[in-house]
Ligand binder design. Structure first.
Ligand code: FES
Ligand code: FES
Length: 175
């Protein structure tokens, strides 16, 4: 019998507290305790990446981390990315470029690629492929996933440019 621990995490902007066994993996905490089943389990060897989530902004395979290690962290799962009427650019990219087939790997791939785009907003195709090394897709052959990530990067760059433009003060004004 294990002593149970209290943890407190912010998941998809909502503060969550729970009493759990210290041996519980983060992926089980998300799926079974919080009922966030978008995070998938595809292997028991930490290879497939289906369980990837963001922990404090960094892509992490949630089957490689204990839930207690995440105490105090901010976690984003696929449920926190976008909504059907307001998709995140990476989700839109997968829609536009047919980046999924069965969809089993997709939540993990999305989160891993959001992690990549946070670090590198305009990756080359080679950099996207390198970042994809930690995730396994059995269906797509990866090309459409790469196309989807490149689409998302270009859409996010356009939005960033538009925001920068809207904040810029024309010469001669604002003085
Ligand atoms: S379930 Fe975590 S890497 Fe496969
Ligand atoms: S879309 Fe089926 S495993 Fe990736």
């Amino acid at each position: 019998m294990y002593r149970r621990c209290n943890i407190s995490v912010t998941v998809n902007d909502v503060e969550r507290q729970a009493e759990i066994e210290p041996r519980m993996l983060l992926v089980h905490f998300l799926r079974e305790t919080l009922n966030l089943t978008g995070t998938h389990i595809g292997c028991d060897t930490s290879q497939c990446g289906a369980c990837t989530v963001l922990v404090n902004g960094e892509a992490v395979k949630s089957c490689t981390m204990l839930a207690v290690q995440a105490d105090g962290s901010r976690i984003t799962t696929v449920e926190g990315l976008g909504e059907p009427k307001r998709l995140h650019p990476i989700q839109q990219g997968f829609w536009e470029k047919h980046g999924l087939q069965c969809g089993f790997c997709t939540p993990g791939v999305l989160m891993a690629m959001v992690g990549l785009l946070r670090e590198n907003a305009s990756p080359t195709e080679a950099e996207v492929r390198e970042a994809l090394e930690g995730v396994i897709c059995r269906c797509t052959g990866y090309q459409f996933i790469v196309d989807a990530v490149m689409y998302a990067a270009s859409e996010m760059a356009k939005t960033a440019h538009a925001v920068a433009e809207s904040h810029s003060v024309p010469i001669g004004e604002g003085e």
